[in-house]
Design a protein. Structure first.
Length: 151
């Protein structure tokens, strides 16, 4: 199943993330996961939100470029080698992982590996053939990692 993330190119300067998060917060858009990558004076935010299309429009209205990117959220085992099974399979099929990150849903049981590949259609087909579960955009927007923990 295809889901979506926002990719925001940015300058590597203080306050850039604060600007993006402020725009989203004012529109009551919830950030579900985020990665930040910097390289010299430039950087990227990869953001999962509860309403990606609204988030893109809202950021655009504020003058912030945000691309809506297709991603696949793959359920993997939270154990040594859990991710390796997936990435070895994709490599064997000559699929390049352009962007990825992961998070744990339940320790020692379930994790999610979010991938953007050079061939999303083929990736979906391979995942289905090898019985990998994927998470829909709606489910990804409401997922509750660590829900079993008491804070």
């Amino acid at each position: 199943m295809i889901a979506y993330q926002l990719t925001v190119p940015t300058e590597n300067k203080p306050g850039r993330l604060a600007q993006v998060s402020d725009v989203l917060a004012k529109e009551k858009i919830n950030i579900r996961a985020i990665t930040i990558t910097s390289f010299g004076e430039k950087g990227l935010f990869h953001i999962l939100v509860d309403d990606p299309k609204l988030a893109q429009k809202t950021l655009a209205k504020a003058g912030i470029l945000a691309q809506l990117k297709e991603i696949i959220a793959v359920v993997i085992n939270d154990q040594p080698g859990g991710m390796n099974k997936l990435v070895q399979l994709l490599a064997a099929e000559d699929i390049n992982i352009d962007n990825a990150y992961g998070f744990v849903i339940e320790a020692n049981k379930t994790a999610v590996f979010v991938v953007e590949t050079n061939d999303m259609e083929k990736t979906q087909q391979i995942l289905k053939e090898h019985t990998f579960k994927t998470i829909s955009a709606e489910a990804l927007a409401t997922i509750e990692p660590f829900h079993y923990m008491k804070y």
